[in-house]
Design a protein around this ligand. Structure first.
Ligand code: AMP
Ligand code: MG
Length: 338
């Protein structure tokens, strides 16, 4: 089955064509980073307009690269939740229009579930596993039993980890987007400079939960205090912050592996592009950790098309009358439970 996948949830527009879940025939991505740079963050209205401007051209590119025509597609998939509403409308409406025009089914895809699928594009990963979803809007630990069966066992109770990176970077003009800028600064910093606090949520019903608002506030306050004395550099702060932000995730994932007697971890979402995080998770004794190929870590159409292949087999198409959702009900604390 050949699936065309559309991704337009935030500041990347992407169209991909994928056969049978993991044979990527094309994956065309354009980033809007330079358009949002003057505002140090994503401006939703600018994002929607750019998606609209690019999406047809990108679809043509994706078909050309895959050496096929739109009529060769068996299923059209588009991310329809969660994300910025304007982008979701553009991607979803375009997908539905294509599906209607070529008389093929349409499926709306949960973008976070597609992120969790992204490491499967290039790896054979047996189930079950502990999944760590780390992005700009979400931080979740899930127990995955199959491509379409999983439950959330832990979540952030406030900020997402990517959001904490972005806010720190924005406050100190470290660069946009925040995550990669902090990672770059941290390369030449001393991670032992500051012992930033991490909330230790260990009540039995919160065992795998995390919190990022405390560490973010501490990092911002520490910075102001210490930079005034010119004793430490932004690089030291970035390195200390990064170490703390990720080590708590490692601890929680290992604890989940022990409790559920599982020896596999799958890390996905935009933050999984971070090499410090990859290194940290790659040397856990007796546990194998899988990551997406770096080109599938941030938003991309291939993960939408690949995941759609599996969900379509399981759940069938989505009606063309369906809508989009900026948030998924209860999503901060619970991925859609199957
Ligand atoms: P997503 O929400 O999945 O599209 O991912 C975007 C988030 O990932 C943003 O919060 C970025 O700052 C973050 N991110 C991207 N690359 C990195 C990186 N190398 N290190 C840390 N965070 C990153
Ligand atoms: Mg994303």
């Amino acid at each position: 089955m050949v699936v065309l996948g559309i991704e337009s949830t935030c500041d990347e527009t992407s169209v991909a064509i994928v056969r049978n879940g993991n044979e990527v025939l094309s994956n065309v991505v354009t980033s809007q980073i330079k358009d949002h740079l003057p505002w140090n963050g994503v401006v939703p209205e600018i994002a929607s307009r750019l998606h609209l401007k690019k999406i047809i051209h990108l679809t043509e590119e994706a078909c050309k690269e895959a050496h096929c025509s739109i009529n060769d597609i068996d299923l059209i998939a588009a991310a329809n939740r969660p994300g910025l509403i304007g982008g979701l409308i553009v991607g979803s409406a375009t997908g539905k229009a294509f599906a209607w025009a070529i008389d093929k089914p349409f499926i709306g895809i949960n973008h976070m579930e597609a992120h969790l699928y992204s490491p499967h594009i290039t790896n054979e990963i047996p189930f079950p596993y502990i999944g760590l979803l780390v992005s700009g809007g979400h931080t979740m630990i899930v127990l995955a039993q199959s491509h379409t069966t999983f439950s959330v066992i832990g979540t952030t109770i406030d900020d997402a980890v990517g959001e904490a990176f972005d806010k720190l970077a924005k406050h100190y003009a470290m660069g946009y987007p925040g995550g990669p800028s902090v990672e770059k600064l941290a390369l030449t910093g001393d991670e032992s400079t500051f012992d930033f606090p991490t909330s230790n949520l260990h009540k039995s019903d919160r065992k795998y939960d995390v919190s990022y608002s405390g560490i973010k506030t501490a990092a911002i306050n520490f910075l102001e205090k210490y930079l005034k004395k010119e004793t430490y550099t932004l690089n030291d702060i970035a390195a200390s912050f990064q170490k703390r932000a990720f080590s708590v995730l490692k601890k929680k994932c290992i604890s989940a592996c022990i409790d559920y007697n599982i020896n596999r971890i799958v890390v996905a979402g935009g933050v999984s592009a971070n090499f410090y995080l990859r290194h940290l998770f790659s040397d856990i004794p007796d546990i194998t950790t899988y990551f997406p190929d770096i080109k599938y870590a941030t938003d991309n159409g291939a993960m939408i098309a690949g995941y759609a292949y599996h969900t379509f087999k399981e759940n069938g198409p989505t009606p063309l009358t369906s809508g989009v959702s900026a948030r998924v009900s209860g999503f901060k604390i619970s991925l859609e439970k199957k």
